[in-house]
Each structure stands twice: as structure tokens, then as C-alpha cells.
Design a protein around this ligand. Structure first.
Ligand code: GRG
Length: 317
């Protein structure tokens, strides 16, 4: 089967970052800030961050900031949202340029989206989701400003989204889903609140996500998808139950999803590649300590050395 095609994946990521008018660029036009985070983190994990022009990235990120409210948009001229604000902060952390931020302004924007019940709205329009709780908590922790929100209420809200199967949903009573579980467990890890998780119950639900083909799915009866290598594995690591899945089979599943000719990783074998799955494939391999890759923090979703140089303590233990 062969190993990870590091060089080809790095070349693929750089080519997508440069192209602005092909099909993939068009698909992610509205969430280009997320794309920048997926792409740059992949390059960094592959030890290839030198392939990008840091000044160009920083000036584009800053152009996406709404100068009135301080939040970041998914692309130039779009509206700000927590989803893109976290990605912007993560990108700046990766290139070691958090110093360009007015931290007070950005953290005020994030903190201002907390609601009375402890939940977070994604933007001024009010939709709430545990994804936004994670974005806010991760972002404020990276900026050293968690004290600007009511952490206790934020944690209680997340706990209210816990289900009888040990998992978490997007809102109270919402179906358990591996993506939401990552958000809730990650936010609890960052705030030192993992005692709210029933580790054996959740660990059982998560390890049941491994399918016959070795890949992981996001909930029962669904197909495996490379991206769950991240959402499921990171959660299992945070609750110390990662030894409950077969890492060798999962590694083989991810490697089988590579485009061995042109680089990039797809959701499942023989499908078209994209930056999202390339990132989560490489990040999943990094969590499994694949040789030659930088290690990634399961709660912050950033390379461990980036957190160390930003003086953010790895907090999932
Ligand atoms: C910093 C890594 C990081 C994340 C930021 C936005 C966010 C926080 C987390 C998103 C978590 C999430 C909900 C992930 C799931 C994404 C996904 C593939 C959803 C697909 O859902 P369905 O229902 O797919 O289409 P299934 O696999 O259930 O059929």
C-alpha cells in the first residue's frame, strides 16, 4: 500500500491555496478562512509551512476582520462569525503572528456572543450550537482571555447537551454526533471540566464508530469518513480511551484514501480529494503518532509546538 505521500500532499495544499477559480475554490469560497486553517495546519504538521508566504497570509486574514465588531469573516467582504474568528486566530498562531491582533477587541467580540443560559450564538443573528461554544472557548483560551466569559455557565450549558449514551449533541436533546462530541469534550478539556464526562460510556460509544473497513463513522449506521479520524480519535485521546480502537486498521483506511498521483486525501477510498479531508486525514495520523509528522493537540487542534510557543498549556489531562 505504501506510506504517506507527504511531498504530494504539501504540493496539493499549496496549489489549492493559490487557485481562486476552480471547482474546489468555488465550493469553499464562503469559508476560505476555515480552508486557510485546514491547509496551513496540514502544511505545518507535514513540516512544510515554509512553502507559504507568511506576510501574504497575515495581510489577507486581517483584511477579513470586521473593523467595527472585531470578528472575522470567511472571506473578503463577508460577514463575521465565530467559526471564522477561531480559524483566523488559529492561522495567526500557526504563523506566530498573534501580535498583529487587537486582543481586547477580538475577545470582546467573542465574549459578547455568550447568552444568558451560557450558550454561544455564532454571530449577531443568534443561532446557537455547541460548535460555537467550542469556538468561543478555544479562541478565548488561545488569546488568554477566558476570564471575559462566564465559564461556569458555558460548561453547564455544554453538560446540558449530554445524552444518555454518553455523547453530546448540538443543543439539549440533540442526537449524539462525533463532531459535536469533539466540540463539547474539547471545550470541557480546555476549561478543566472533563469530570463531567462518563469516560467509559462515551469511550464505548466512540470506539463503536470503527467500521469493518477500519475507518470511523460519525454516528451509528453511517459510512466511515476520513474526517471522523479526527473528531473521534481526538475525543478518545482527551478521555484517555484511544487504546479501544484498532489504530493499524484506521491508519490503513486513511492511507487508502490518498490520491497517490496528485496528492490530497478524500473522505473514502477512490473519491475526489479536498483540503478538509486532507487536513483531517493528516491530523488523524498525527494523533496516532505517524512517523515524521508533528504532533497535534487534541483539544486545540493545533500543532503542540505552536501552543508551546504561544504559551498555551496543553490542557486535556
Ligand atoms: C478547530 C477542528 C476545529 C473545529 C472547529 C466547526 C467545529 C469547531 C467543529 C465541527 C464539528 C462537526 C459538527 C463536525 C462534523 C462535520 C461533518 C462531516 C458533518 C456531516 O454530517 P452528516 O450528517 O454526516 O452529513 P454523517 O457522517 O453523519 O452522515
Amino acid at each position: 500500500m505504501g506510506g504517506l505521500e507527504e511531498e504530494k500532499h504539501a504540493r496539493y495544499i499549496v496549489s489549492v491555496e493559490k487557485k481562486k477559480d476552480d471547482f474546489e475554490a468555488l465550493l469553499i469560497e464562503h469559508l476560505r478562512m476555515n480552508g486557510a486553517y485546514w491547509g496551513l495546519t496540514t502544511l505545518d504538521l507535514l513540516n512544510k509551512i515554509g512553502a507559504i508566504d507568511v506576510d501574504e497570509v497575515v495581510s489577507w486574514v486581517m483584511e477579513c476582520q470586521d473593523k467595527d465588531c472585531g470578528g472575522f469573516a470567511g472571506n473578503l467582504g463577508h460577514d463575521p462569525h465565530l467559526l471564522y474568528t477561531l480559524s483566523a486566530v488559529q492561522v495567526l498562531a500557526i504563523v506566530d503572528r498573534i501580535d498583529v491582533l487587537d486582543i481586547g477587541k477580538v475577545s470582546d467580540y467573542v465574549a459578547g456572543l455568550q447568552n444568558d443560559d451560557g450558550s454561544f450564538s455564532g454571530d449577531m443573528w443568534g443561532e446557537t450550537d455547541t460548535r460555537f461554544s467550542y469556538c468561543a472557548i478555544c479562541c478565548l483560551s488561545l488569546l488568554g482571555r477566558l476570564s471575559k466569559i462566564n465559564v461556569e455557565k458555558a460548561v453547564n450549558y455544554i453538560v446540558s447537551c449530554k445524552n444518555l449514551d454518553g455523547g453530546f449533541g448540538s443543543a439539549p436533546g440533540g442526537e449524539s454526533h462525533a463532531g459535536q462530541i469533539f466540540c463539547c469534550v474539547g471545550a470541557l478539556a480546555i476549561t478543566g471540566s472533563l469530570h463531567h464526562v462518563d469516560r467509559d460510556l462515551l469511550g464505548w460509544w466512540l470506539c463503536e464508530r470503527q467500521c469493518k473497513d477500519g475507518g470511523l463513522n460519525g454516528r451509528p449506521e453511517k459510512l466511515a469518513d476520513v474526517c471522523y479520524s479526527w473528531w473521534v480519535l481526538s475525543s478518545l485521546i482527551m478521555i484517555d480511551r484511544v487504546h479501544w480502537i484498532d489504530k493499524e486498521k484506521l491508519t490503513r483506511f486513511i492511507l487508502n484514501c490518498q490520491d497517490k498521483d496528485n496528492g490530497g486525501i478524500s473522505d473514502r477510498p477512490d473519491n475526489a480529494v479536498d483540503v478538509f479531508h486532507t487536513y483531517f486525514g493528516v491530523a488523524g495520523l498525527s494523533l496516532m503518532e505517524y512517523p515524521g509528522l508533528k504532533s497535534i493537540d487534541p483539544a486545540y487542534a493545533l500543532p503542540v509546538d505552536v501552543l508551546l510557543s504561544s504559551h498555551v498549556p496543553s490542557s486535556y489531562h
